[in-house]
Structure formats: structure tokens, C-alpha cells
Design a binder for this molecule. Structure first.
Ligand code: MEV
Length: 433
């Protein structure tokens, strides 16, 4: 069996599949069928997807759901969400409705600066280097002009170039620390291209024997690309939705947030819930969720201890719940104009610019966190999850409408486990019930 292969990338798609099926799927025709089942019937659309990455053999679907009723800065939006986890879209929709009846979400962008670095080693004199870098700045900007001129027309570009001495941390290590405004694009290509131009300028103007450029790359840590979102209402207006009074709910809620603020084990799960909302919007709008995740979690530990991304307080009878989070997002470039569903998602969001999308994503995170905490401090999270779990099992076993109804009734008073559901379904089908 040839489990390793040379020249795989050169094979046509069908031969890639043949190789896979033969070597890893025991020649099963079922494997080939499944892969092909997910090809798009529209050959052009399929080719588009094939070309997003390399060695494509099929498409991997994730559900695209809608969470309506998000009142953000006085305007209603419906959020497209791409996520595989059940309950998330339902929770977002529920939180959106809840807050739409209490003034909605208020959001604003605090800053939009992105960062890139040229990391290099320099063995010469530090003062000399400082002087030379100062002199080279106009040359660097000039070298990057073909890349920056369009961005400048849109009001963005390079904001600053600074030399940073890191020699105390690592021998001979310096960096050019560059800040950018990339307007409505996420800006990764733009930033990296500029940085590589700067590196070339360093290489042509500093003595070869003293300089080694190690790498030029953007940073996904963007603490100066920040967005803020909040909800607030009278404490009394929080009651009625559970067995807790408004005051009890608010106090328990603030406690839950405080726990995530001081306890990293809880903070990670708390923030995971925030990211359920953010990632789903980030994915739907064709943005880079790995970049967002990396930057967000670095931000959550910026003060040396991993902490909550959201905060809550009660002051003078008013409950306030907020998030401040770094989000480098784009609404032009990348997948935004290529992927038909991304285009549609942006249409659903009323064609936001990057700043508006930052606000929307932050709100999605806040709403999701609100919904999770509300469940956790009232009914517990499993009630909703297990209901979904029950439906998933029933769907897997092709339960009829009638069967589903009987099973839901039964499991309102019984514990849901995979085996208990199967056992009950079998009994039902054997007419034992
Ligand atoms: C599950 O995907 C997310 C939660 O665990 C978040 C939380 O605990 O806050 C429910």
C-alpha cells in the first residue's frame, strides 16, 4: 500500500480521490460517493471552491443560520452565523430579542490600528542603527509606494515605523514595529507586502555582515484595533424571565462574570462562549477566525493573567454588561468578493464597512455570553443542550413527527442519555408504550 506519495498535488481531483480511497478507505465505493455527494452540481461554483485551497477533494459544509432581531445602535439587523454547534443560533436570537425590548445594543469602535514587524538581527552599533533607520524611513515609504498608494486614496496606509531594541531579551534582536490603517480590508496581504519592502530596504542599505533579516510578518495581536459593545437596563427589567427576581438575576449574573474575571479556568470557557458568537459571524463574513481567536485570547491575558472578555456591574439600580475586544476584520478583499455565501452574508448585514462589522461581531459575542450566563445561573446549560441532543438522536433514527412528540413528552420528566433515548424509541416502535 502506497500511503505516502510524490506529486500528489499534480494529480487531477478524481485521481486524488482514487488514491485516497484505495489507500485509506479500503477501496470503499461509499467513501468516493460521500466525497462526490458534496461536490456542487454547478461546475463553475465547484471550481471556485476547489481553488480556494490546494489539493481539494470535496467541500465540507457547515450550517449557515440566521439570528434575527439584533437592535444595534437603533438599527435592526439579522446576523448570519456559520457554526456547527446546536443551541448557539437559538441562544443568540433569544438574547437579541431580550435586549431589543430593553434598548438594544450600543456599540462603538475605539481604535483601528494594525501592526506588522520586520524582525532582524544586527550586530553593529545601536546608535548608528537608530540614525540609519531614521534616514531610511523615507526610502522605505517610497519603496512601499506602489502598494500603499491605493490604500492612501482610501484614507489608510502606513501610520508609523519605529525601531525597537530587543537585545535585552535576545542577542542582537531588533525589530521595525510598523502600524497601519487598512480601512475596510483585514489587510494581511497589504501589511506583509509593505513589510517585505522595508526588509529589502534594510538589506540594501545596512552592512551585510551586520544584518540578518529573520522575517517580516503582520501581528495578529491587535490591542489597538478595539471595539466596545454594551447593553444596560434597569435591574427590575431583568426579572420575569426565570424564577429569579430582577435583582437576584442581576446579582447572580455579575457574580458569574466576576468569577470569570478572577478565575482563568472559568474565563476560558466563558470566553469560549463569547467566541461562539464572534466566530460564527467572522466565518459567515469570510474573515480569518484563527487570526481573530489568536488575537482575542492574547488580549484576554494582556495583564499577565487570562481573564474575562466581558464585564458587568450594577450601579444605581442599572445593570450594565459590556465587552471590549480587539477584532481585525475586513469587508473587502479576501473571500468577501469571491465566496457567494459571504457576499450574501454581507448583504444580509446591509453591506457593513469594517468598523460596522467589528461592532456587529462584538455584539454577537456579548449576546452569546449573555445567553450562556443566563442559562447557567438559572436552568443550567444542559436543559437546552439535551433537548437538542434528543432531537439529533431522533433525527438520526428517522423518528416521525408523532414519535418525536411522544419522546419529547417522555423526556420532559426523564434523564436524556444516548442509550435511554434509543431504548425508549425502540419500546415505542415495538408498541410497548
Ligand atoms: C458552550 O459552547 C459555551 C458555554 O460553555 C459558555 C459558558 O460556559 O459560558 C455554555
Amino acid at each position: 500500500m502506497a500511503k505516502s506519495i510524490n506529486g500528489f498535488s499534480k494529480l487531477p481531483k478524481t485521481e486524488k480521490i482514487d488514491w485516497l480511497v484505495e489507500n485509506f478507505c479500503e477501496g470503499s465505493p461509499e467513501a468516493e460517493k460521500v466525497l462526490k455527494q458534496y461536490w456542487n452540481a454547478d461546475a463553475k461554483l465547484q471550481q471556485l471552491h476547489d481553488e480556494f485551497i490546494e489539493n481539494t477533494i470535496s467541500n465540507f459544509y457547515l450550517p449557515l443560520g440566521l439570528a434575527p432581531n439584533f437592535l444595534i445602535n437603533e438599527e435592526y439587523l439579522t446576523l448570519p452565523m456559520v457554526i456547527e454547534e446546536s443551541s448557539v443560533v437559538a441562544a443568540a436570537s433569544k438574547a437579541a430579542k431580550f435586549w431589543s425590548e430593553r434598548g438594544g445594543f450600543k456599540a462603538r469602535v475605539i481604535s483601528t490600528e494594525k501592526i506588522g514587524q520586520v524582525h532582524f538581527k544586527y550586530s553593529g552599533d545601536r546608535i548608528e542603527l537608530e540614525k540609519t533607520i531614521e534616514q531610511l524611513k523615507p526610502k522605505m515609504l517610497e519603496a512601499a509606494k506602489p502598494i500603499t498608494q491605493n490604500m492612501e486614496k482610501r484614507g489608510g496606509g502606513i501610520l508609523s515605523i519605529d525601531l525597537v531594541d530587543k537585545t535585552k531579551e535576545l542577542k542582537e534582536y531588533f525589530q521595525l514595529f510598523v502600524t497601519f490603517d487598512t480601512r475596510d480590508s483585514m489587510g494581511a496581504n497589504f501589511i506583509n507586502s509593505c513589510l517585505e519592502k522595508f526588509a529589502e530596504v534594510l538589506e540594501t542599505n545596512l552592512p551585510k555582515e551586520q544584518l540578518t533579516v529573520i522575517m517580516s510578518i503582520l501581528s495578529n495581536y491587535v490591542p489597538e484595533c478595539l471595539v466596545y459593545a454594551e447593553v444596560s437596563c434597569k435591574v427590575d427589567d431583568l426579572g420575569g424571565d426565570s424564577h429569579l427576581s430582577g435583582e437576584e438575576f442581576a446579582e447572580k449574573f455579575v457574580q458569574a462574570v466576576n468569577i470569570a474575571e478572577v478565575e482563568p479556568y472559568r474565563a476560558v470557557t466563558h470566553n469560549k462562549g463569547v467566541m461562539n458568537g464572534i466566530d460564527a459571524v467572522v466565518l459567515a463574513t469570510g474573515n480569518d477566525f484563527r487570526a481573530v481567536e489568536a488575537g482575542v485570547h492574547a488580549f484576554a491575558s494582556k495583564d499577565g493573567r487570562y481573564t474575562s472578555l466581558t464585564h458587568a456591574e450594577i450601579k444605581n439600580g442599572i445593570f450594565r454588561f459590556w465587552i471590549e475586544i480587539p477584532l481585525a476584520l475586513g469587508t473587502v478583499g479576501g473571500l468577501t468578493s469571491l465566496h457567494p455565501l459571504v457576499k450574501l452574508a454581507l448583504d444580509i448585514l446591509q453591506r457593513p464597512n469594517a468598523l460596522e462589522l467589528m461592532k456587529i461581531a462584538a455584539v454577537a459575542g456579548l449576546a452569546q455570553n449573555f445567553a450562556a450566563l443566563r442559562s447557567l445561573i438559572t436552568t443550567g446549560i444542559q436543559q437546552g443542550h439535551m433537548k437538542m441532543h434528543l432531537m439529533n438522536i431522533l433525527n438520526q433514527h428517522q423518528a416521525t413527527k408523532e414519535e418525536k412528540k411522544k419522546m419529547v413528552d417522555f423526556f420532559t420528566h426523564h434523564t436524556i442519555t444516548h442509550s435511554s433515548v434509543i431504548e425508549q424509541l425502540e419500546k415505542l416502535r415495538a408498541n410497548e408504550l
